[in-house]
Design a protein around this ligand. Sequence first.
Ligand code: ADP
Ligand code: SF4
Length: 688
Amino acid sequence: MARDPRYDILFEPVRIGPVTARNRFYQVPHCNGMGHTRPRMLAAMRGIKAEGGWAVVCTEEVEIHPSSDASPAREGRLWDDRDLPALELMTEAVHAHGSLAGIELFHGGINSANRMSRMVSLGPSSRPVRTFDPIQVRAMDRHDIRALRRWHRAAALRAKRAGFDVIYVYAAHDLSVLMHFLSRRRNERTDEYGGKLENRVRLLREIIEDTKEAVGDRSAVAVRLAVDELLGAEGITAEAEGHDIVAMLADLPDLWDVNVSDWANDSAVSRFAEEGYQERHIAFVKQLTSKPVVGVGRFTSPDAMVSQIRGGILDFIGAARPSIADPFLPRKIEEGRIDEIRECIGCNICVSGDMTQVPMRCTQNPTMGEEWRRGWHPEIIPAKRTDEAILVVGAGPAGLECARALGQRGFDVHLAEAGTELGGRVTAEARLPGLAAWARVRDHRVQRIAAMPNVQVYRDSRLSADHVREFGMPHVVIATGARWRRDGVGRWHGIAPSGLDPSRVLTPDDVLAGAAVPGPVVVFDDDHFYLGGVIAEKLRRDGLEVTLVTPAAQVSAWTVNTLEQRMIYRRLIELDVELVTGHAVTAQRDANVELACAFTGRASCRPCGSLVALTARLPVDDLYLSLTADPDSLAASGIRTVSRIGDCEAPATIAAAVHAGHRFAREFGEGSTDEVPFRRDVEMFGAG
Ligand code: ADP
Ligand code: SF4
């Protein structure tokens, strides 16, 4: 299909200092959990983005010196020449598709605890490091400042040698020493690098000048700046210092990459921030500079992108997450295939990979991180090699993705779903406050399947084992999901507490199905991800008194990995949800629940009209078990294989269910082996 001419503006080339980007799609630097330890995996992932049409593809933060050691986080590394080959893999992969490669040089200042290098941490003033490591930084003296400038210059020169076209000076996210110098909160110096704003900007200006002098002949020099920390007067704000910093440096860099700080605000989840949410903070920048400006805002709609350009807000559409969810987003717009875009849902599962030091994964894009190690391409999947028909039972994320990908391979696919609606848990959860974007997991797949004549969908079709045998497809995939359990067993209670009567315990499945929930409500969250907090929010918005009880030390403990925990706290506190940490629900009495302190066991009571428990889920695997228990009748019906995937095999995240569905489809008919099913970047000697 031809491109809609309304979107032509997105495909104009834009000059950035000495280089030119072929269009306005710009993959801003983003972490990925691969970094210097998994260079081939990383290079392939970046190369795919270039292939998908991103004109500029950047690294994550790249440490310039061992005094900026982010270990155990897996970031980029450019301490010396030995780090060049790994980075060159990436520039080659990006250049192979005609895109520009950008590198974000990084010194972490008070953010670097230097756990591996054991070097003394450095910052503008003597302060504890930003992590909770029990160490403080040394206030940098003039010698240290000169050294930092030298390290940055050396790294820039190496980056140029490695082929980078855009070289960053990084002052964002409260993660960079340059931002720490800018910040009144972090910088209490009294010399020419502290005090008034001109002085706090001095080091940033010097490093931009150093970098331009060192590499500006061939590489563009970009500045990434947090123009607002969303902290009010204590932080940098777009109205005051953020504005003034840009005004002071206006045309010095070749490009401004601007955002809000910290990372949780910059990569805000969709529950708390809508598409384009940064516009109100960064809109002023273009008025102060003649240089191109890039900004982000989880842009997936080409109309929203065009309005950013036409409205004079941005020159480049920056993206981290939308480029992860769909590396081919630009190409799809360019080729008039808008309805094929796999839109980011804003869940930050990608971030959780980096936060837990493993390769990034994505809810929407199951091939993310698998490009090199499994050879998965986000758009291409090998065609079928046999003519086989497959019945997929259950149209949640696992079943939908399995049917879609099998259909893409050309198989004859039959997808049966018990309910009227498709989507399983994402359809149910998308009705909860703030989670509407979850429905994109369903919508993308339902839309793709609708265009496939070889995939039949049957709604209102709850299949029993007899039905499946009658269907008589040679291959059956069971994707029937999971249900929350009612007996209290989970991480905390290994044995069902005798004081809980399962017939009186509600679960999220009940709440989602519209069960009556008399107040006051106690939500017992032993799940620790987002759902406990969302259920509490929903019930509170329904007008009920709600107490959230968790045995963990913090509410929604795992959401620290998706950067949303602070916002969850704020939301629940503002709604007057009572938060009780370090306690477990042990018994239900008439109008009370009994709690036990997680540390002392001391008992206490709380009023409770309804107990909603999120403890663990049980696979809905009765269909799978009854089919596989009777191999003779399977054979008699012509059924050769029965498999289970997703929550029905082992309840997990939506991302895991999508991945399971995709993996099944990729591997179907390709033979199985006991070998490790993917390649590994084996660490090289000396690259440490
Ligand atoms: P997953 O995350 O693994 O995809 P979900 O729980 O989201 O799992 O989805 C499972 C889907 O399977 C639900 O839509 C459910 O209605 C459907 N389902 C469960 N049992 C059957 C069955 N026997 N026949 C057809 N569909 C079923
Ligand atoms: Fe978007 Fe979620 Fe994928 Fe991250 S994991 S890119 S937030 S869909």
